[in-house]
Design a protein around this ligand. Structure first.
Ligand code: NAD
Ligand code: UGA
Length: 434
């Protein structure tokens, strides 16, 4: 099939490349000229394991194309996927749909023959109806449907290829067949093909993200109780997660959840519900609890290092919101590092995805290019992101300062082993924390 992805970010680029890999002709469009020129020269603008190879393979097989010319891309496609960002409007809970609506206006301008117009971006319930109003001049040329994306960054290719379900929301039944055909290479391998109304699909996406954020927040709060009551949170996650009705995934206690989606989508869902005068009190308290968690973690850092952080050397291992991505959106580090810097701490950080522009202007905050340079002088090492290369650090070899401490926010290390090695070790929801 001939597809066009508008917006070549984490979702548009990964899903466009994977659609090409299962035999479709895909044109990825972006208004960011730098992104397109990088892609044309074989460089992925994002860090996602396996993506570079897949782009190269499909680009040279002439199944995958990159352009900033939306007119050309629309004319040569039958299905158009909108994959632009839907961030939270500054200072509110509202979803900023301006990128979606703007690209719909451009699509309208250039469309001459029948198309399926798909929202893959996460959009509030009823957005498809608003899109229909924008394109009403050429209404007969479009079927507007919703196909939310459920991939996770860092595991995006696997998630695209082996999804639990594909959700298609349409008010016109005949488009289900076209979408079923498009996704047949995945449904043939066992992915569930779930059809519903357009509004239903839009809401399933928000419900899923809000539920997962709730699970994480629940386990993070229980971790606080475990620390006070001498219980190991990992036993709780395993014990409760073994019940099929609960399920063991997304029960890893850690820092606050972050990323480009859980924070914004929980807020977007609350905003949509408020508009309909429905009180989603559970989701509201999840947002609040996750926000407050950062204070809780910084209070613990004070407990570990003392009330004054002046000239304390703190080294961060990982600053992205999760491993295997370069994405910094709503990462805990964005709040924690500026706070510690204001308190006078001297901060180093190392992240395998490279230096971050977000910290360039933070006082006494420096990027180091490997674990050793990052940690050698540290009073406290904070493990924030569980990248594979952090799993096997011999801290005693790496750190010169004999009195160093480790605060493991992902429970990556074995507490008993740390004790045996006489390392002052703190983690999340485990009895060893003071
Ligand atoms: P992103 O910011 O990485 O990418 C969006 C891209 O759209 C940018 O490159 C931008 O330049 C481009 N763009 C904006 N307006 C455009 C226009 N008019 N024409 C051409 N290009 C345009 O965003 P993302 O992380 O890929 O997220 C996109 C959507 O998918 C969001 O709604 C998000 O909630 C949803 N989503 C994201 C993920 C994820 O893991 N990041 C997963 C599932 C769903
Ligand atoms: C999440 C969802 O998992 C995807 O299904 C969805 O498509 C995507 O949002 C989206 O809509 O953008 P993503 O944000 O990429 O994917 O990553 P997750 O693996 O879900 O992690 C999100 C945050 O929760 C991270 O900060 C992670 O560290 C944290 N987390 C996750 C925990 O603290 N504990 C867990 O058990 C799981």
């Amino acid at each position: 099939m001939k597809l066009c992805m508008i917006g070549t970010g984490y979702v548009g680029l990964v899903s466009g490349t994977c659609f090409a890999d299962i035999g479709n002709q895909v044109i990825c469009v972006d208004k960011d000229l730098d992104k397109i020129s990088k892609l044309k020269s074989g460089i992925s603008p994002i860090y996602e394991p396996g993506l570079d190879e897949l782009i190269k393979k499909n680009y040279s097989a002439k199944r995958l194309f990159f352009t900033s010319n939306i007119k050309q891309a629309i004319n040569s496609s039958d299905i158009i996927f909108i994959c632009v960002g839907t961030p939270t409007k500054k200072g509110s809970l509202k979803v900023d749909l301006s990128y979606v609506y703007k690209c719909c206006k451009e699509i309208l301008k250039f469309t001459k023959k029948k198309k399926i117009l798909v929202t893959k971006s996460t959009v509030p319930v009823g957005t498809g109806d608003e899109i229909e109003k924008i394109i009403k001049k050429k209404k007969k040329l479009f079927t507007v449907i919703s196909n939310p994306e459920f991939l996770r960054e860092g595991e995006a290719i696997r998630d695209f290829r082996y999804p639990d379900r594909i959700v298609i929301g349409s008010n016109e039944k005949k488009t289900f067949n076209t979408m079923k055909k498009l996704y047949s290479p995945l449904t043939n391998k066992g992915a569930k093909f779930f059809t519903t109304s357009r509004r239903g699909a839009e809401l399933i996406k928000y419900a899923s993200n809000a539920f997962l954020a709730t699970k994480i927040t629940f386990i993070n709060e229980l971790a606080n109780l475990c620390e006070k009551s001498g219980v190991n949170i990992e036993d709780i996650s395993l014990g409760m997660g073994s019940d099929n009705r609960i399920g063991g995934r997304f029960l890893r206690a850690g820092p606050a959840y972050g990323g480009s989606c859980f924070p914004k989508d929980t807020k977007g869902l609350v905003f949509a519900a408020d508009k309909h005068k429905v009180n989603l009190s559970v989701v509201k308290s999840v947002i609040k609890s996750n926000f407050n968690r950062i204070n809780l973690l910084t209070n613990r850092i004070h407990k570990i290092l003392g009330s004054s952080l002046k000239n304390k050397k703190i080294s961060f291992l990982g600053v992205t919101f999760k491993p295997n991505t370069d994405d910094m959106r709503d990462s805990t580090s964005l709040k924690m590092i500026p706070y510690l810097s204001k308190k006078g701490a001297l901060i180093n950080y190392y992240d395998p995805s490279g230096e971050k522009k977000e910290f360039r202007k933070i006082k006494n905050c420096f990027f180091k290019n490997n674990i050793k340079n990052n940690c050698y002088n540290a009073d406290l090492v904070i493990l924030l992101t569980e990248w594979d290369e952090f799993k096997t650090i011999d801290f005693k070899k790496v750190i010169k300062n004999k009195k160093f401490k480790v605060y493991d926010l992902r429970n990556l290390y074995n507490a008993n082993e740390m004790k045996r090695n006489k390392i002052q070790y703190f983690s999340v929801g485990r009895p060893n924390i003071k």
